[in-house]
Design a protein around this ligand. Structure first.
Ligand SMILES: *Cc1c(COP(=O)(O)O)cnc(C)c1O
Length: 229
């Protein structure tokens, strides 16, 4: 069985190749290792291979790993899962980034609960880019207003957008989705100079995402193997 180190090397090579094909600088694309359901020892193995940014989907599981691995103090922890308002405090206290902001109520609570001695929380607005009823996220047409409404939250720093495109799209659907997401990102950047992050692309579609302006791919399966749960 290939090791996490070997998997990481392969994923990095894919990112470099995709960047080259898109005539982009590979250093403009960050890799987020999605470690949900995986043990802390897997994160340590990836850390040994110079991986520093990790994504978690479940509040308690994620906070436990943050605590367990606190000695690795240059890990950047991203919360990327659905977030209920009664769980915002743990996230505000444990994580560096939240990629799944989709309601003002959640943003307001994170802003209030971010410890004053911590850096601002780095946040992305999750966009429901394919307007799927099963998915959370702000509608594309509401993103600019939503971003404006967030300006008052001084403990949050808006860095950009996150999206989970619909699974198994046709090539045309994928092209349409990723293009409209890229356009929305460029529009957001015009109004918010600090915005620099478009989080899209996973194990199966990172090449297409990089071709369409992704600056952060979130990869779980192709680094840590299939999840049982
Ligand atoms: C699980 C997950 C990923 C990683 O997906 P893989 O297909 O395992 O690479 C990325 N983003 C989000 C939001 C996830 O929940």
């Amino acid at each position: 069985m290939a090791t996490i180190a070997e998997h990481l090397e392969k994923v990095r090579a894919r990112i470099n190749q995709a960047a080259q094909n898109a005539q982009r600088n590979p250093s403009d694309i960050r890799l987020l290792a999605v470690s949900k359901t995986k043990p802390a020892s897997d994160i340590e193995a990836a850390y040994e291979s110079q991986q520093r940014a990790f994504g978690e989907n479940y509040v308690q599981e994620g906070a436990d790993k943050v605590a367990q691995l606190s000695a690795l103090n240059d890990i950047e922890w991203h919360f990327i899962g659905p977030l209920q308002s009664n769980k915002t405090r743990i996230v505000a206290e444990s994580f560096d980034w939240v990629q799944s902001i989709d309601r003002l109520k959640i943003a307001r609570r994170l802003n209030e609960q971010r410890p004053p001695e911590s850096e601002p929380l780095q946040v992305l607005i999750q966009v429901n880019i394919d307007d799927e009823s099963s998915k959370s996220g702000v509608k594309a047409e509401d993103v600019l207003q939503f971003a404006n409404d967030m300006r008052e939250f001084k403990s949050l720093n808006l860095r950009g957008l996150m999206a989970i495109p619909k699974a198994n799209p046709s090539e045309q659907e994928q092209e349409r989705t990723l293009s409209s997401l890229h356009k929305l990102f460029e529009e957001l950047k015009q109004h918010f100079p600090q915005v620099d992050t478009l989080s899209v692309g996973m194990s199966s579609d990172l090449e297409a995402a990089i071709l369409h302006g992704s600056t952060m791919v979130r990869v779980g399966t192709d680094i840590f193997g299939a999840r049982n749960s």
